[in-house]
Write a protein that binds this ligand. Structure first.
Ligand code: GLN
Length: 285
């Protein structure tokens, strides 16, 4: 059998469980060969496949997410190591980075950016590290209840050359923090306990990063009241939400003296609630 035939066979096998079976097969074969996908596709496909490939395809066929099999996922401009102890970063969460760039300006366009960033429930470190990569002067703190997650996040910071600007701490959202930050991110768990989730998510991703009570709002009720004292006077907050939660989470913002605005993801679904201390014309660019 050749690589080409092995790819075709794996694509057919994965078609019933994945929307992107060819891409999945290519990523798994690249992983088995220790190559990037680009290098795989540029090389000869007439060689025999490595023995490890079949096992990776079998794991994917059992619904294991590609990111846990390959151990990595791209987010914004960075690549992150991920393991089953952390939520896999999703493009949806880039909505929060985009909102921050709207407010502070992109460093490539001369925006000074935030000096200090807090990421509550940092997981793999995705939001914090993408923002530190965006603004070279910024420093940040990532908080998580999971020490496994903090280890992943801290390794990612080192891998990305951001360790000197990133600190990590175990914590329960903002409890016990006394500093103030220019930019606060939070992607808390927000899924309803009985939600109908794909097997990829429900059977593989950490429950503590997904579920937040019967209505999915438990984490917001706990953490949103903690945010105002953690925010610098000219700063901004961006909190990720589920597509049906804009009204409920906006209400919690208002009840805590914040001014909520709803932001949509690239699919047009409500994906974040933000609070800008200054209007966009008054921002500190
Ligand atoms: N967006 C994730 C999902 O739909 C949920 C992530 C979260 O709860 N923060 O699976």
């Amino acid at each position: 059998m050749t690589l080409r035939e092995a790819l075709n066979e794996a694509t057919q096998r994965l078609a019933s469980i994945s929307d992107t079976p060819r891409l999945d097969a290519e990523l798994l074969l690249a992983q088995a060969l220790g190559l990037s996908r680009e290098a795989l596709l540029l090389g000869s496909l007439e060689r025999p496949p490595p023995s490890a490939f079949a096992e990776l395809v079998a794991r994917r066929a059992a619904h294991e997410p590609i990111a846990y099999i390959t151990g990595t996922r791209d987010f914004w401009t960075i690549s992150l190591a991920v393991s089953p102890g952390v939520l896999i970063p999703r493009p949806d969460s880039e909505t929060l980075i985009e909102a921050a760039i709207d407010y502070f300006g992109s460093s490539t366009r001369g925006g000074r950016g935030p000096s200090s960033i807090l990421d509550l429930g940092t997981g793999s470190g995705a939001l914090l590290l993408a923002a530190l990569a965006e603004w070279p002067e910024a420093q940040g703190l990532g908080v998580d209840a999971s020490n496994v997650a903090l280890e992943v996040a801290s390794d990612n910071a080192t891998q990305l050359g951001l360790a000197s600007r990133a600190r990590f701490a175990t914590g329960n959202w903002g409890t016990g923090l006394s500093e103030q930050f220019d930019l606060i991110f939070c992607n808390p768990p927000y899924v309803e306990l009985d939600a109908d989730l794909p097997a990829e998510v429900r059977n593989y991703e950490p429950q503590s990063a997904l579920f937040a009570g019967a209505d999915g709002l438990d984490a917001y009720r706990h953490l949103i009241p903690q945010l105002p004292p953690l925010l610098n006077p000219l700063g901004m907050i961006a909190v990720e939400i589920g597509a049906t939660q804009a009204a409920a989470v906006s209400e919690l913002f208002v009840a805590n003296g914040l001014t909520p605005q709803v932001r949509q993801d690239l699919g047009g679904r409500d994906r974040a609630i933000v609070h800008f201390s200054l209007g966009l014309d008054g921002k500190g660019r």
